[in-house]
Design a protein around this ligand. Structure first.
Ligand code: IN0
Length: 428
């Protein structure tokens, strides 16, 4: 099925075939789980259960950083699971979020009352926290501080109930994702794998998180809204509907898509910061780890832009597209090529009458100005690249036909049992 979906994109077919046969060197790791300490192994197993693909990317990180990031990811997932759980009363939830970072140092603490799908990280938190306490003091301090600030920000927004202005949208995304960018950057520097500037330039680290989180919020609109989770800023949707829920109504679709395009335009404004941040990274494993989610995000935004399906279902990128991007998230030049490709594709979809059309083009242009390295070849002598691929397949097919036409009678009959031979055309 994945192959069928990628049929119009031959480069994805090749990437998928390679992935299914020999795997992908960007995320292949020699890490042997069996040789690991049993509790750390369990942590990697939880990681695999919450996010299979992201687990591979974390496991491919160098040295101690992989353990630090694995624990950081699980602690954040636990915090996020508390925030998402609609069965926990608001007061209890806020108190738990605000004090969550302290639980990292409470031996044996866990939480068994969640109904969320990822509750295993709360049920088994005592294992995660005991591995946390084995990390270097520098790693522990970064993770605990990040968790304290995030828990307090989440509680603040839960009490406010709505995300009002665009500034508040940035603030919310800072708490749940920007702080992750800042925390990760500090871990990269503390591990000695990256230069101090990566950790000290918090504006860029924040943008890395905002670009990912805004993409998630845009993509998950339908699923979140039906579950009463309202993450689109009021300042944006109020121009297009009476309430956030009214954007789901088919009769309001034209306005809903206009609102969607406004938020995509806001999100792509982070692209220049993302490219500057990635351009500063020196370590290959850190680069891949950071670049892969950003590539997935731009591809998701491209799929969502001007797409009414966002209001009906969870819009996803093709597996072939994801595999192709994972394989190409290895250098800043390749990342810029892909960013350009997706920015150009969004640019081609901008409706003339969209009220944000010019703002969208300006934001895309800013993303494109970061272009470096070779430009992707989309055509040769004016023939589209996909056309060349299928043209070659046709030519090879025709050559094969001509060859088989001459040799077929004798060639084929040698493979066919005698009793079936009568159904063959006369071979003489
Ligand atoms: C992440 C981020 C993440 C990775 C690398 C660098 C980052 C820099 C700044 C901020 C976040 C960064 O990546 C993951 C990606 C992920 O989980 N993808 C899912 C797919 C999906 O659609 O959710 C997968 O299954 O592969 C991410 O989304 N977040 C995250 C959480 C913790 C850590 Cl340590 C790193 C979540 C979020 C909210 C965007 C921060």
């Amino acid at each position: 099925m994945d192959l069928v979906k990628s049929l119009p994109h031959p480069e994805e077919i090749l990437a998928l075939l390679k992935f299914k046969t020999i795997g992908c060197s960007t995320v292949n790791t020699k890490l042997n789980l069996k040789k690991m300490d049993p509790d750390m192994r369990r942590c990697f197993e939880y990681l695999k259960m919450t996010s299979r693909s992201f687990c591979a990317v974390i496991m491919a990180l160098d040295e101690d950083l992989r353990y630090g990031v694995c624990i950081y990811y699980l602690v954040l997932r636990a915090l996020d699971t508390v925030e998402d759980d609609m069965t926990i009363a608001l007061d209890t939830k806020c108190a738990l979020l605000e004090t969550f970072y302290q639980k990292l140092n409470v031996v044996g603490w866990n939480f068994n009352n969640s109904k969320e799908k990822d509750r295993m990280v709360l049920d088994n938190f005592q294992i995660i926290s005991s591995e946390f306490r084995k990390l270097s003091p520098a790693f522990q301090q970064i993770i605990s501080g990040s968790c304290r600030d995030m828990g307090s920000g989440m509680a603040q927004f839960l009490k406010r109930k709505v995300i009002d202005s665009m500034t508040e949208w940035d603030e919310y995304c800072h708490y749940v994702a920007g702080l992750v960018g800042i925390g990760l950057s500090r871990l990269f520097v503390a591990s000695g794998l990256e230069e101090p500037i990566v950790g000290s330039d918090e504006r860029l680290a924040n943008s890395m998180g905002l670009f990912l989180q805004k993409t998630n919020i845009i993509r998950d609109f339908q699923e979140d809204t039906v579950q009463d989770r309202l993450f689109w800023p009021r300042e944006a949707w109020i121009k297009y509907g009476a309430s956030q829920k009214s954007l789901l109504s088919p009769s309001n679709m034209h306005n809903s898509v206009a609102c969607l395009n406004e938020l995509v335009t806001n999100a792509i404004q982070h692209i220049p910061d993302v490219l500057t941040y990635l351009g500063r990274l020196k370590n290959q494993s850190v680069f891949n780890f950071c670049a892969i989610p950003q590539m997935m995000a731009i591809a998701t935004l491209e799929r969502c832009y001007n797409n009414p399906d966002v209001f009906r279902m969870n819009v996803k990128i093709r597996k072939g597209e994801a595999v192709l991007m994972i394989g190409n998230s290895t250098s800043i030049e390749l990342v810029k090529e892909f960013m350009d490709k997706y920015c150009l594709s969004i640019a081609r979809k901008v409706p003339e009458n969209d009220r944000n059309a010019s703002a969208t083009r300006v934001a895309l242009q800013a993303g494109l100005r970061n272009k470096g390295g070779a430009v992707v070849v989309h055509s040769f002598l004016g023939i589209p690249r996909d056309g060349i691929f299928y043209g070659l397949i046709l030519l090879m097919g025709w050559k094969y036909y001509l060859w088989i036409k001459d040799v077929k009678p004798t060639f084929l009959s040698s493979f066919i049992p005698r009793r079936w031979a009568y159904s063959l055309p006369d071979s003489r």
